[in-house]
Design a protein around this ligand. Structure first.
Ligand code: EPU
Length: 416
């Protein structure tokens, strides 16, 4: 268990460079499994989820070199589709190895994935979609075994607009002979990027950026190089940190796609944020108005920004409402922030109200998951005094060199 010590009451100032997107990098690594030769992936964030996923691939025979954000990975040497390592339980994205391994070996054996404890996170949409593709699926309490019963062309309806189910099924279909029509797909920007990459590698894909994908698969996919897009959630998190600490600065590169409602909410509540080129410029925003957010799949408000937004609510004059529709444990961090002085009321597992303005005081708190961890880190920078965050290793799952980046903006952070 790692801990961080933060000496707060520091308005952040300066320029911040956003790293490559965690939730795209974690899908490009499985993508290497369906290629006919090694691939160079650049702008890969050095975060623990990426390192864990690489170790899983290594355990089944892949070879890689990861230096200065450039990952050279050769998955052609993978010999087995049996993932035995317990590492798979450490991250949700390990389920996205199933589609590529099934396409290549006709069967796959994988432990149930783990990941942040933000809710039940079932796999029924994945399992049901594989069945619609003619696969046989056997499950026990720890593992999933999928094998292909019949080849051909199939129509698939996803039960939920699931990000990882869309990616899993698309990766399988792109590398399998046949024509696959998949409806009710998720449309997050990381998925759009993955579809473009699959297309560049030789799959035919229609409907990119819509809920209806038509994929004509190709067994011989090839791509030499690909670069990970910048992380929209990290970008938005730094914008929030500048606003909530009363600071000023710029964040780049920033893309608007996937952040449309985030920017609209900031504008409506009076935050002083402008976009110039690919930078977001944040200036002091003293008079913030309360707001309402309701999370949901793209194009709704991103659930991964729900907890950091509670800090903007804590600065606003009045009562803000947060409605978390996607994950039932994703409001629990508010109990930790209440210890720091945030005036929050958890009405149900999906709804909370925050009364601003609140002033934060230092104390000992515990990070519950990646996004609540970064929220507590920013709260600690806002707070008067010295805060200790326990379980701070959870923040390193998704934010690259987070302490260095915040120190560069003037924060006083030590790893204990
Ligand atoms: N769902 C089901 N059945 C399934 C799959 C999903 O009911 O088989 C439900 C979930 O319970 C949830 C909704 O569908 O209510 C959406 O879940 P989704 O499958 O889209 O989430 P995910 O693919 O497991 C990814 C990101 C999450 C992000 C969500 C939503 C990765 C590795 N993770 O998770 O990111 O919150 O999409 O955008 O891509 C994070 O980065 O901190 C994080 C948790």
């Amino acid at each position: 268990m790692a801990r961080m010590l933060i000496e707060g009451k520091t308005p952040l100032r300066g320029k911040i460079k956003v790293s490559g997107a965690k939730n795209e990098a974690l899908k490009l690594i499985p993508f290497s499994i369906i290629l006919d030769s090694p691939v160079k992936i650049s702008n890969v964030p050095r975060i623990t989820d990426v390192q864990t996923e690489l170790k899983i691939l290594e355990s089944i025979g892949a070879k890689y070199k990861f230096e200065d954000g450039v990952l050279r990975i050769d998955s052609t040497s993978i010999k087995t589709a049996e993932i035995k390592t317990k590492l798979a339980k450490k991250l949700r994205a390990s389920i996205v190895l199933a589609g590529p391994l099934l396409a290549r070996f006709g069967k796959v054996f994988c432990p149930y994935p783990g990941g942040c404890l933000i809710g039940a996170r079932p796999l029924d949409t994945h399992v049901d979609a594989f069945k619609q593709l003619g696969a046989m699926v056997r499950e026990n309490k720890d593992h999933l075994f999928i094998s292909l019963a019949k080849p051909g062309s199939f129509k698939v309806v996803l039960k939920e607009r699931s990000v990882s189910a869309t990616e899993n099924i698309a990766l399988y279909c792109a590398a399998t002979e046949g024509v696959f029509e998949i409806s009710n797909c998720a449309e997050e920007p990381e998925i759009v990027e993955l579809m473009k990459v699959l297309k560049r590698a030789g799959a035919k894909i229609e409907g990119i950026g819509t809920p209806n994908l038509k994929i004509t698969g190709n067994k011989l996919l090839h791509l030499d190089e690909v670069s990970v897009m910048s992380d929209r959630i990290e970008a938005a998190t730094f914008i929030i940190a500048l606003i909530a600490t009363g600071g000023e600065g710029s964040v780049s590169p920033v893309r608007r796609d996937g952040l449309e409602l985030f920017f609209k909410t900031l504008e409506d509540c009076g935050a002083n944020v402008t976009i110039e080129g690919n930078s977001a410029i944040v200036k002091a925003s003293p008079d913030l108005k309360p707001f309402k957010i309701k999370t949901g799949p793209q194009p709704e408000f991103p659930t991964d920004l729900q907890s950091p937004m509670s800090l903007v609510a804590g600065c606003a004059n009045g009562v803000s409402t947060i409605n978390e529709t996607m994950f039932e444990n994703r409001l629990m961090y508010l109990d930790e922030l209440k210890k720091m002085g945030l005036k929050a009321e958890i009405i149900s597992s999906h709804e909370a109200k925050i009364q601003g303005p609140s002033s934060f005081k230092a104390t000992e708190i515990r990070s519950l998951d990646l996004r609540s961890g970064i929220t507590m880190l920013i709260a600690a920078i806002m707070a008067d005094g010295k805060t200790i965050i326990e379980n701070s290793e959870l923040i390193d799952r998704g934010y690259e060199r987070v302490d260095e980046k915040f120190r560069h903006l003037g924060a006083k952070i030590k790893r204990l």
